[in-house]
Design a protein around this ligand. Structure first.
Ligand code: C2E
Ligand code: CA
Ligand code: CA
Length: 430
């Protein structure tokens, strides 16, 4: 497809620095000025194999894609043979520059089709930010340092403040492979339906990540989330999960019950000062009401991080988002801790639910966990519901929501849409 407008123009480094100075001078006081330096990889290889016209075309098309994600005052320039720069004035905080970087990564993820050939391109982004107009000259340097750091750590992007931390990141295979997975869109969200037990209606879904590994096939998250958490990969992965899930949820039909979307969040991210602002920004972008978003955080991690993450949780909770305590029952929450917790929901751990009809003790545990949650006016979700008898038992215990293989396994989005359609008027087993 030919571009309707002129391609993003190539400018000299001096001209670009002058643009950056102007942007810094006119950036509102107290607001962040962001700069993304975006390198497109393998253009030279494309050039050698397919010729100049093709590599030029890919570069131009990518510039056009960047335009579609830019806000009104953002500027896009081509500053080298394989590098775009995006100037992002007037940001609330540094996190918004990362959100823009995530959008650019998604923009590059679709293959570039020239003639009959689809070219998959990888990009790496360096992020520089500043709130001080006098620092314009350093901004480019920061973004370039961050870019170098991201490239050596094999992460899709890095922000200047993180640059040193990332440079020492583990050179572990799964990390490199996860980077490629992000860049090549190998990560996909599956959706597992949830049933409101009393009304027998589907009331939402939990988004669960799957990795379509080019050699190993489909990989479930237990295999890679832990590794991602030990490195910095968990940040881009979580943002990608959240944005993919919200984008989908933004398209879901309006049913009798407004469908909720649950996303798993690693507790470590909650101590990021910008986390709440980024989430609120993301729901705004995808047009999902805060009441529909559920952030699932495991009980053990939540308790470990509670002090550091309290302000974030409170802010999200006050905005109407549901904080859900996942794998509930596996930690050792005391009553005292419950009193002040900004949460609206608990998810009874599936290990108890799966065994509740075979083992009296597990039945007691499920019963008391539901009772405890009820006292604190928390919605109760049971996961790991594998048969009809368990669903009946949960109904007797006044559990609000059921999730598990008996209803459906996690499925790709298309199938979830069909599932919703089939069960529009109430859920039917089988
Ligand atoms: P989780 O949050 O406890 O998710 C529920 C897990 O139970 C899912 O495994 C789901 O497929 C599985 N499950 C659902 N119903 C049943 C059932 O009836 N029986 C049994 N045996 N299992 C059932 P999955 O998808 O493999 O995810 C594993 C864990 O990985 C999740 O546990 C969650 O902690 C983590 N995870 C998944 N997606 C993400 C993500 O996008 N971000 C983060 N940070 N973590 C994720
Ligand atoms: Ca979960
Ligand atoms: Ca769980």
């Amino acid at each position: 497809m030919a571009s309707a407008v002129a391609p993003v123009a190539r400018i000299t480094r001096d001209a670009f620095t002058a643009r950056l100075d102007d942007a810094a001078a006119s950036n509102p006081g107290g607001r962040t000025l962001g700069l993304l330096v975006i390198r497109v990889h393998h253009l030279r290889r494309v050039n050698a194999t397919f010729g100049h016209a093709v590599s030029d075309r890919i570069l131009t098309d990518f510039g056009d894609r960047l335009r579609t994600i830019a806000r009104g005052h953002d500027e896009i320039h081509l500053i080298a043979d394989d590098e775009y720069a995006m100037i992002l004035p007037n940001l609330t905080n540094r996190g918004h520059a990362e959100l823009a970087a995530n959008k650019a990564i998604r923009a590059a993820a679709e293959p570039f089709t020239v003639g009959k050939t689809a070219h998959t391109m990888a990009i790496t982004i360096g992020i520089g930010t500043s709130t001080n107009a006098a620092e314009a000259a350093q901004l480019l340097q920061r973004a370039e340092l961050a870019l170098a750091s991201a490239e050596s750590a094999h992460t899709p992007y890095a922000a200047y403040a993180d640059a040193t931390a990332r440079a020492t990141a583990l050179d572990w295979d799964i990390e490199t492979e996860l980077t490629d997975a992000l860049a090549h869109s190998e990560l996909e969200m599956y959706y597992q339906p949830q049933l409101e037990i009393a009304s027998n209606r589907i009331c939402g879904a939990e988004a669960l990540m799957r990795w379509h590994h080019p050699e190993r096939g489909l990989i479930t998250p237990d295999f890679f989330i832990g590794a991602a958490e030990r490195t910095n990969q968990i940040r881009p992965i979580t943002w990608s999960a959240l944005n993919m899930a919200l984008q989908r949820a933004g398209e879901w039909p309006t049913l009798k019950l407004p469908l909720k979307i649950g996303v798993n969040i690693s507790a470590g991210l909650l101590s990021d000062r910008e986390f709440a602002a980024l989430v609120l920004n993301a729901i705004g972008i995808w047009g999902v009401a805060p009441q529909r978003l559920v952030l699932e955080i495991t009980e053990t991690a939540l308790m470990r991080e509670l002090e550091k993450s309290y302000a974030t949780l409170k802010r999200l909770h006050d905005a109407g988002i549901t904080i859900s305590i996942d794998d509930f029952g596996t930690g050792y929450s005391s009553f005292a801790y419950f009193r002040n917790l900004p949460a609206r929901e608990i998810k009874v751990d599936k290990d108890f639910v799966i065994k509740m009809l075979k083992n009296d003790k597990d039945h007691h545990i499920v019963e008391s966990l539901i009772g405890l949650a009820r006292k604190f006016e928390l919605r109760t979700v049971a996961e790991g519901v594998t048969d009809e008898a368990t669903l009946d038992a949960l109904r007797d215990l006044d559990c609000d929501v059921a999730q598990g293989y008996y209803l459906a396994e996690p499925m790709p989005h298309d199938e979830f849409m069909e599932f919703l359609d089939r069960n529009r008027r109430g859920w039917q087993p089988g």
